[in-house]
Design a protein around this ligand. Structure first.
Ligand SMILES: NC(=O)c1ccc[n+]([C@@H]2O[C@H](COP(=O)([O-])OP(=O)(O)OC[C@H]3O[C@@H](n4cnc5c(N)ncnc54)[C@H](O)[C@@H]3O)[C@@H](O)[C@H]2O)c1
Length: 353
């Protein structure tokens, strides 16, 4: 491993309790010769003392702005709006390459400071497959919420929980009516998580992936009580549900959880709603008679911060141990320079991570 200084920053979103590196993996990194500095962060699922015991250095929240120039500032979600110029390498989900709101401003901050975005979403293998992702727990949570809604047991607001607590709620109770469920994108990370949550709830879901949606049977789809959509759409396909399908007289479907949440995108396979739902109001009724309820929450894994952090960290740590040598890092940095070039902000050829 090349000499690595990781600087785990505090997350500015107060509801974000996840971390990309858990203390046991921080210890592996320290043992391998890396320096790991961890900012104090009151809401992080692991107290800072656990990192200190793992051999990490501790620093105040937000102090990454004065971290050594060589530090790789690591987090999950958005950076604060200041400083205007970003001088470090930042490893996190930047959401900056698909024209998202604020994407251009963020890339300009990197260009102005000479820093670099190593976007976790673009840490991929040579076939383009994501190497560290939160999908499994997104699917697990999405299906779990759909089950609870279908059984009339979903209470709002949602708050972060543990898998044990969630599974306790999921297990079928006396008097629960049986229902059928369909998971689309069933072979992916989220799809596997969704199927496992449904199994915990006593439901063997119908599993569809690309082979089953190529010649889409909407009647069969509408004949399920619950739908969990967990596809990763990369090219436009005919929508799985259109507004007129919600009015089909023989619709059995009552609960939809859209884990994918591509609302507003041309790739959206569920163009039957126009806004996400959230922890305060997780469910929106799309039709009254018969009822059809939608759950479309875009930060599902944050509801299981301990399990989702451990899972993510175990996938990320081997890559951090090979920082600068694993070709995934070059691909990730190349994608950043490509994004800068698209904005006319960078004329350089790709450099090494
Ligand atoms: N809501 C949240 O909080 C949250 C969190 C994490 C991920 N996600 C989203 O969940 C989605 C799935 O992520 P993942 O990590 O499971 O991806 P993945 O690549 O592991 O799996 C996606 C699956 O969808 C299948 N698929 C693609 N197009 C399809 C189609 N037309 N018909 C049927 N199946 C199709 C693929 O074959 C694959 O099996 C992504 O859009 C991701 O952004 C949402």
């Amino acid at each position: 491993m090349t000499e690595l200084h990781l600087w785990l920053r505090h997350e500015i979103r107060p509801t974000e309790r996840r971390t990309p590196i858990v203390p046991s993996d921080a210890r592996r990194l320290v043992d391998s010769g890396a320096t790991v500095t961890v900012e104090e962060s009151p809401q992080r699922i692991h107290p800072v003392e656990e990192y200190e015991a793992a051999g990490c250095r501790i620093a105040p929240a937000g102090s990454w702005t004065s971290a050594p120039a060589t530090a790789v500032v690591t987090g999950l979600k958005e950076l604060p709006p200041e400083p205007a110029e970003l001088t470090h390498r930042h490893l996190y989900f930047g959401h900056a390459y698909k024209g998202q709101p604020g994407a251009g401003d963020l890339l300009r901050r990197f260009a102005a400071g000479g820093g670099a975005l190593l976007d976790l979403e673009y840490l991929v293998d040579d076939s383009g497959r994501r190497l560290a992702a939160f999908g499994f727990w997104a699917g697990y949570l999405g299906a779990a919420l759909a089950v609870l809604q279908q059984r009339g047991r979903l209470t709002a607001p949602l708050t972060p929980t543990t898998k044990d607590e969630l599974d306790r709620l999921l297990r079928p109770a006396a008097g629960d009516e049986e229902f059928t469920a369909l998971v689309i994108g069933a072979l992916g990370r989220s799809g596997r998580g969704a199927r496992l949550a449904l199994l915990t709830a006593g439901v063997q879901a119908t599993a569809w992936d690309v082979a089953e949606t190529r010649d889409l049977d909407r009647r069969a789809l509408l004949a399920h009580d619950v739908l969990v959509n967990a596809v990763l759409a990369t090219t436009p396909v005919p929508p799985f549900l259109r507004p007129q399908d919600l009015d089909a007289p023989d619709r059995r479907l009552r609960t939809v959880c859209d884990v994918t949440v591509d609302v507003g995108s041309p790739l959206n396979v569920l163009p039957v709603y126009d806004r996400v739902t959230d922890w305060t109001a997780p469910v929106r009724r799309l039709r009254e008679d018969p009822p059809l309820d939608l759950i479309a929450i875009d930060n599902l894994p944050s509801l299981l911060p301990r399990e989702s952090s451990a899972d993510f960290s175990s996938a990320l740590t081997p890559l951090l141990l090979a920082f600068g040598t694993d070709p995934a890092w070059d691909r990730c940095l190349d994608r950043f320079h490509e994004a800068l070039r698209e904005l006319g902000l960078d004329k350089e050829e790709p450099k090494d991570a």
